[in-house]
Design a protein around this ligand. Sequence first.
Ligand code: HEM
Length: 461
Amino acid sequence: MSVEEHSTVGKGNQGISPPLELPKGSLGLPLVGETLDLLSNGDNFGAERSAKHGKIWKTSILGNPTIMVFDEAACRKVLKEEGRLVEVIWPDVTAELVGAQSLNLLEGAQHIHLKRLLGDAFSEEAVNALLPQLEACARAFCERWAEQGEFSGYEEAKYWAWAMFGAAVMGLPAQLPTGLKLTRLMDDLQAGFQTLPVKLPASPYSRALDARRAICDMINEQIEGMSMQGDCPCCLATMASLDHGLPGSALPRAQLVDNVVAAAFGNASTGPTAAKLFQHLSGSSGARELMRAELAVHAAEGPLTPDKLDKLTYTDAVVQEILRVTPIVPALFRRALQDFEVAGYLVPKGWNLYVHTGSSTQKYNKDSFQPERWLQGSAAAVSMGEAQSSCPAAAEYMLPFGLGPRMCLGRHLVKAALKVLAIVLVRDYSWQLLEPDEEWSVFPVVQPKQGLAVIGFQQTV
Ligand code: HEM
């Protein structure tokens, strides 16, 4: 039993089991708790305490007593208990910045109903229909990078991610101006979460609200354009045509718009994830060579189709491994709705939980990039010495998209977009990194410490 309602603990033995205790750790100073230590110690804050207290410990951050969960089984179980033992936590400004009707803020039956409905617009099948846009976007950006030759892989991956989102989700052109515009607006919008909600002219919060308005205008324009011209292959078109359950009724416009903004918030992780392609597939990396061999057989030319993509099992493993190393969303926050037990410890009602999903994705050989771990028993895995690789990988150790009712809506889109970009990059281009072993920082944002400078980016075919 890793997660159990506290009231049931001890049942069957007439309550003689000892009361549950809080895990080890410290709540720090009154009010500030251990916040100052977190701010000054950054990346080492969690590592130091985990080494001292184990996989579950307590702290207090920004005035909130918090149980830190680094145990994989406990992470999985906490996330599955969404709505029953725990609830997702969002800052108060989320309703204004993302939208009151967004999936992020809906709860219970309303959340489940809308999530199922929107699932159709972001399903594997829906994403397969978007492969031409994903390929056009990857090609346009690779051509740009070849013209530049040298650039920050981190910045450029962000532009690509926003152009990809604009094209696949909103039906905008799969080109640089889309990427630049959405990057600027989303940077402003996200900055609204890191500032006081002061609505003075030119204050960061007002800029965030302006950015939200501009994005909503773009979404509304796209919806109106679609109803005039019809046929626009993108998630938004599917969302606009979803039947809400009542006879003949579409999703209310406000709900539609809020959930495109919610999807955009989710997409903020896609660029940093894609930047890791530059890092792990550069130069003459083994993964790059194995991918090239596979692509030469199954996707040497012609447009990318679902059939071709299905045959690229090594490339799938590369994408899976890109999602595993240095997870861009290393942890998820929850609040306890009642007292319950996690891995033998008490989680008191009202306390926060920091669910470190990154500990699952990093279970084996944390930093070493080994796509083969996803191909157990395959020729590639055998050739690299499965026995010594000590890297059995299983889906259960992968939570890059979370788990349970709040699991990522855009996961199929992300995987397909990364796969298509990886294919075009590796098949048609080559590059080096100025600092091949550049490290990534984790706190406060997961990002490469020097921006991942790419050099010598050029076409090979
Ligand atoms: C590499 C890229 C991405 C990563 C790592 C990622 C990760 C996640 C994770 C971990 C969650 C769960 C949050 C929680 O349980 O508290 C989540 C939720 C969500 N993601 Fe993503 N995401 C990515 C890209 C996207 C994209 C491209 C979209 C939309 C097109 C998207 C839309 C969403 C939405 C709407 C939610 C909220 C779901 C809900 O509350 O039910 N994400 N994402």
